[in-house]
Design a protein. Sequence first.
Length: 408
Amino acid sequence: MKPLLPVDDAKARLLDAAAPVTESELLPLSACDGRVLAADLPALLTQPPFDASAMDGYALSAADAPVIGSVLTVIGQAAAGHAFEGTLGHGEAVRIFTGAPVPKGADAILIQEDADRLDENRIRTTFEVRVGQHIRPRGQDFAEGETVLAAGRQLDFTALTVAAAMNHAKLAVYRKPLIAILATGDELLPPGSSPNPAQIIASNTFGVSALAKNAGADVLDLGIIPDDDTLIRAAISKAIAARADVLVTLGGASVGDHDLVQAALKAEGMQLDFWRIAMRPGKPLMVGAIGDMQVLGMPGNPVASLVCSLLFLEPLVRKIARLAPMPRMGLATTATALKANDHRQDYVRARLIVDDGQETVAEAYTKQDSSMMKTLAHSDCLIVRPPNAPELAAGSQCPIIRFRAQNV
């Protein structure tokens, strides 16, 4: 029997075979949060489109207020959306509000706190006036035709704001990867069912689907398929017809009498790349491809399928979606001793705590059986134990993979 493939080698082979999406779609600005820009985005106008006041106060010429105590005559008003149409003469000022265009003849703004109102039409300066003071010059933010956002930028609240300011109502963004998920097994029933003594409730799909969506994908749920070769092949054909980028199968990937998925995939044209990984949990992981559709065969064990999804599916989806990898790796201090490891890389469920010295501590759960979903739900990270790692004393540093915000 071939030796088990190391985790890093398996991940590298999976990602090397993945190609980022090239197709794009035009979406309303309101639908673009989290999407990846497919083309450089130039400004359609100049911002600000005119010299604008940055403060409430008075627009004037600095030459008309050479000293503190200069007196000027107020001849009008300018507000946002309402420009003063005239031109300032010698010794004149205009009452102005934030965002209003600076009138012709003015080159400074005296803020209202720095002016004494002598009467209805006159003010006296109580602070020095400098040319350009409190004026936002035309084009200070961006100029028409300037590329403000480059292709490949993931759009967040800041990028969407500037895109809107550049007068873009729609954006060209890369399409999301489509991930088809197929669960198999005679023993599985959907949540809300009444299982008989030999059946269990299917749970993997929901966690794997959520992880794929959070990584930037759309999900096609192919449902729960019994252990029937014809029905499994029909579901695989649906994924092919839907032009899924990745088909994720849950369960049935081994070669036992009731494990039909691998054979069904091969019958539908899958070229198997590798199968069986030197990791715990998740050894039965299978990777292959049917044409351009990658196939990721997950173990049926819920904890194993979620760990494999975190390690393999998330980075795969993000590469296809043109998103940077999630920064999940870190270091922590182990709260208890960790026993020596065997030839498989171990992923130990743990919760994170912060001690009095503000040190991040990973406290491994005593029970690590891969069937225990509750333990994973209560964990914040996975402690990574490399193959053949010696015993690690309490208080030692250990690598971790974070998947939830740290509990404090």
